[in-house]
Design a protein around this ligand. Sequence first.
Ligand SMILES: [Zn+2]
Length: 114
Amino acid sequence: MKDRNILDTVIEFEKQIEAMQQQFGAFKQFIALMMEEQQALQTENLHLRTRLEEVIAQQPTVEKNSAAPDVGEGYDNLARLYYEGYHVCHVHFGSTRKDEDCLFCLAFLNKQNG
Ligand SMILES: [Zn+2]
């Protein structure tokens, strides 16, 4: 009778370990998802930071009258951002396009290029 109790205890313990393994698996998936999301946010943040620095650098200043405005490079950067999946239009600037073309962006890029 005592042995029977021990066996029950061992079986119960095994069930608990299995349940914990399942929970741990779900937890690992959650961590992986969070890491992926963090990576995406870091990438987006980097793009936005780069773009912000470009915008600041391109601000017309009275003192900066020697260099001609580099329109081509500014356009290239915006076009690159757009094709990397970000809005460059004033309406949604900096947000992801989710693989959809944006008429505002296209019109804006067209105007910049022309
Ligand atoms: Zn857009």
